[in-house]
Design a protein around this ligand. Structure first.
Ligand code: UD1
Ligand code: MG
Length: 488
């Protein structure tokens, strides 16, 4: 990654409410790619070497600070609170104390621009280093509505920015707008900000007043940036669109790294998810949280994998849900499996159709292929868990463990009432309900003894025929016969 040539600080404005989101939650806490909106510009600033980076919070300050600090652990991040949102200039001033004596260049970013790329931010910072008092990111828009317009002087240099609400018709016709990304030296910034007033259409302290001041000082350098990167997220539609762009970028980066994504338009992956080369991802897979997928895996249609670690060569068949679990090399999971938190699936193990696991370790090569619940269990290598097996781990108050030793064979439809231990190599007969542990090498049967009545069918048919003949007979006269009437 590019790094700043000189010391650099950054301020990310994230105090606004985001009225157009129509939300109880502050705008910058809405997520794309599994991260709050403001995480992105903060990370971009960190990526180009800014230190410190100050997030200006205000609306729901505590929640915003907590979420951002948690999302960027260990980063040189500081927080400044802007109690009342009196405008963008006022917001930048709120960061002054947090920056202390820092006297180098300061980049200013908006908290709602998740598509900004580090390279673009770096270009704005580098442009100011060329000697201008202020670098200003600009973009040309077919529809510039809502943005501050760049007014240039006769020589073609940026002279000032006029906000939409303060602009006259001629100014509103300008299609070059302020992208809301700046870089200026601390000395200029603090001095100029102290002079900004609020005599304008919105009675706000406009950061954009600095453009005219910088133009009169050492000049302003305009840096054209891609509109896609600088446009902010203001409502739910823009949130969804930004999420889509991020996913396309993630998919491209992964494909460049050797991952096959069968349909990048039907691919969903949080920021930070890692996927190894030669892994194939079928459509509609969702990868969330701190998930890591090894090399040479196959993730089937509709798999939803959250905070999980998959080793190399794992197959996840369609419609499998994996949550906070690990799957070792060459294991096969699904279709329609559900691995709940704390599942550890061993090498080459199989977890099949409609199998649910929770806090369960499945040893190397063990199999649970059909219709099974395994909770709080430790299952040894090469154990075969038959269809319909249930570990009864909960007694209504507490959870209890089930331990199954290496190579044991659990017959289909077995109920293992925990706590219980099935010894290595033992057999549990199909249909057993076991409440007591079984020593190694045993056969355990826990079911009613089978009773077979030979010739029963023929006897029953004969009985039926006799009864039918009796009922076909004419009804007895009232008062006659055992029932006193005809059965229906
Ligand atoms: C601002 C610019 C406009 C530019 C546009 C680009 C001003 C006066 N105008 O307008 O020229 O074209 O961005 O997107 O700066 N914020 C605070 N505290 C406040 C006010 C705002 O933290 O008191 C934060 C917001 O949360 C947001 C950012 O500053 O992240 C921008 O504020 P916003 O109100 O969206 O400014 P715009 O009207 O879009
Ligand atoms: Mg805005």
């Amino acid at each position: 990654m590019t790094s700043a040539p000189t010391p650099l600080a950054a301020i990310v404005l994230a105090a606004g409410k985001g009225t157009r989101m129509k939300s109880q939650k502050a705008k910058v806490l809405h997520e794309v790619g599994g991260r709050p909106l403001a995480w992105f510009p903060l990370l971009r600033a960190l990526e180009i070497g800014a230190n410190p980076v100050v997030a200006v919070v205000g609306h729901q300050a505590e929640a915003v600070e907590a979420a951002l600090a948690a999302a960027l652990p260990g980063a040189p991040l500081r927080f400044a609170v802007q109690r009342e949102q009196l405008g963008t200039a006022h917001a930048v001033l709120a960061a002054r104390e947090a920056l202390g004596a820092f006297d180098g260049p300061i980049a200013i970013l908006s908290g709602d621009t998740p598509l900004l790329q580090a390279e673009t931010l770096h270009r704005v910072v580098a442009a100011r280093a060329g000697g201008a008092t202020l670098a200003l990111a600009t973009m040309k828009l077919a529809n510039p509505r809502g943005y501050g317009r760049i007014v240039r002087d006769p020589a073609g240099n940026p002279a000032r920015v006029v906000e939409e609400k303060d602009a006259n018709d001629a100014e509103r016709a300008i299609d070059e707008v302020n992208a809301g990304l700046y870089c200026a030296d601390a000395a200029f910034l603090w001095d100029a900000l102290s002079k900004v007033g609020s005599q304008n259409a919105q009675a706000e302290f406009y950061l954009t007043d600095l453009i005219a001041m910088a133009a009169r000082a050492g000049g302003v350098v305009a840096v054209p940036v891609p509109p896609e990167e600088a446009s902010g997220v203001n409502d739910r539609e823009e949130l969804a669109r930004a999420g889509r762009v991020l996913l396309r970028r993630r998919a491209s980066a992964l494909m460049r790294g050797g991952v096959t994504i069968e349909d990048p338009e039907r691919f969903d992956c949080d920021e930070g998810v890692e996927i190894g080369a030669d892994t194939v991802i079928e459509p509609n897979v969702r990868l969330k949280g701190r998930t890591r997928v090894g090399a040479g895996c196959r993730l089937g249609v509709g798999a939803i994998i959250t905070d999980a670690t998959l080793a190399d060569g794992v197959t996840v068949n369609p419609y499998t849900v994996i949550d906070a679990s690990t799957v070792a090399a060459r294991a096969i999971v699904g279709p329609f499996s559900r691995l709940r938190p704390g599942s550890e699936i061993g090498e080459e193990a199989h977890v099949g159709n409609f199998v649910e696991t929770k806090k369960t370790r499945l040893g190397k090569g063990a199999k649970a292929n059909h219709l099974t619940y395994l909770g709080d269990a430790v299952i040894g290598p090469r154990v075969n868990v038959g269809a319909g097996t249930i570990t009864c781990n909960y007694d209504g108050e507490k959870k209890h463990p089930t331990v199954i030793g290496e190579g044991a064979f659990i017959g289909s439809d077995s109920i293992l009432v925990a706590p219980i231990e099935i010894g290595a190599g033992s057999y549990v007969a199909a249909g057993s309900t076991l409440t007591d542990s079984v020593p190694p090498g045993s056969l355990a049967l826990g079911r009613a003894k089978q009773v077979t009545k030979e010739g029963w069918v023929a006897r029953r048919q004969a009985e039926k025929q006799n009864k039918g003949a009796a009922e076909a007979a004419p009804p007895p006269a009232p008062g006659e016969g055992p029932r006193g009437g005809r059965a229906s």
